[in-house]
Structure formats: C-alpha cells, structure tokens
Ligand binder design. Sequence first.
Ligand code: MN3
Length: 276
Amino acid sequence: MGYAELASVSRGFARMRSLKQFLQRQLHFIVIGGFLSILLIACQPLAQSQAPDASPPPETSSETVDQTEAVGTLELPPLPYAFDALEPYIDAETMELHHDRHHAAYVNNYNEAITDYPDLQSQGVEALLRNLDVIPEDVRITIRNNGGGHVNHSMFWQIMSPEGGGEPQGQLAEQINQTFGSFADFQTAFEEAGANQFGSGWVWLVSNNEGNLQITTTLNQDNPIMQGAFPIMGNDVWEHAYYLSYRNRRAEYLDAWWNVVNWEEVGRRYEQAVQG
Ligand code: MN3
C-alpha cells in the first residue's frame, strides 16, 4: 500500500468518526425531546384535574335574587334609590356614609375573615349566623358582627322607600291589629323598644318561634335568625343611622322613620315568614 492510499483510508476513517459523532448528537436530541414530550403529556391530565380545585367556580348563580342568601363572598348591594331620596327624614350624608362606608366595611371585613375557610364560604352568611358554633373561634366574632351587619343592612335599604309611609295592608295589618291592638299601639311599642335599647343595636318586628308577631331588640349587629325568629322589619338604632340630623334624639328619629317605611316590602317579608 502506497502513501497516497494510506492517506485516503485515513480520511475515510476520519469522515466515519465525524458521522458517528453527528449521529450521537442527533440521538441525544431525539431521546431528550421524546422524554420531554412524554413528561408534558403525562402532566396534562394532572393539571386539568387540579385546575377546578385550585380555583373553584363561584357557587352563586345569577338567578340568586336574594343577596343575603348568597354563598361565598359577599357583595355590597346597590342602594335602591339616591342618597337624598329619603330626605327630610334621613339626610343624604347619613345615607352615603351608612351605605358606602358602614355597610361596605361589613362586607369587606366578612370577606377577609372567610378567605381562609372554604368550608364557611360554601355555607352562606345566613346559615352561619343561624349556627355560629360551626365557625372557628378566631373568626367567629368577626363573622357574627360583619355577617350580621350585611344581612341587617341589606334588609334595611329594601324596607325603606321615598314612596314609603302610610300603613301596612292585608294580612300583616290584620295580624298587627290582633297582636298589638292597633297600628298606632304597635308603633308606640316599637318606638319604645327602640328607644330603650341600650347602646348600639336594632329594634325588630319578628315572626317568633311560635309563628306569632313580636317586637324584639338585638345588640350590635345580631339578627333575629340567630334565635330562630324571622325578621319581618327592623330599624337601625346605632348612632350612625341618625346622629348627623337628630344628634342624641333617638326617639325623634324613631318617630320620623315611619315616613320612609316601605310597607309593600315589609308585607312581602311577612308572607315569606308565614310560608316558612
Ligand atoms: Mn347601620
């Protein structure tokens, strides 16, 4: 074999070596690429199955009319009339502060308190108020005060109206007469109970455990549902409800309040109580 032939064979071997290296690199890409593809496919069902748990869909349906029955986080319901609509009996500034600050704060505080408790979120605010014992102790008072505040005020805006005043009608009027003697006697008793409520709270007309009408009061933001009664109507006797216009004259506010009571809505609530 001559020198020229040897050199040719040597170049041939060199080409084969570089081809082998090339194929090895390609093989690496194919193996790593294949492995990544399998990993991606394997993880996909896992990711899909985990997604609903990570962010549960809101359980409130758009058909839920009664805001207070909604589960999950609360929303501040819009005031159904203008801030100044109840003047001169309730001034615009009081209404704005009462709705946009006080009620909004109850909603925000409640939502913050239930953030870490999906179990509580799934039960809804009224269910929790009816059964305070199921609430972990560290958030029980917060949920009681702010959940109660939300339920109470959501009712409060609805049972007042610029076209309010006058007297109840129908079955409710009959029951009030039967229970309290007359509408005027009922008003007197309701105002007295409200005036005598020491400190912050509410005065209520409820359908009690026996299904009878009764005037009651609650402290702070407690709601009659906590005692198994149905709140037909209630007046807020916290100072924030009247202090700007009436100062310390709560009795004057209680007397003026009848001018804005929406008896149509109160009557609807009474029917709800009767139907259970
Ligand atoms: Mn209030």
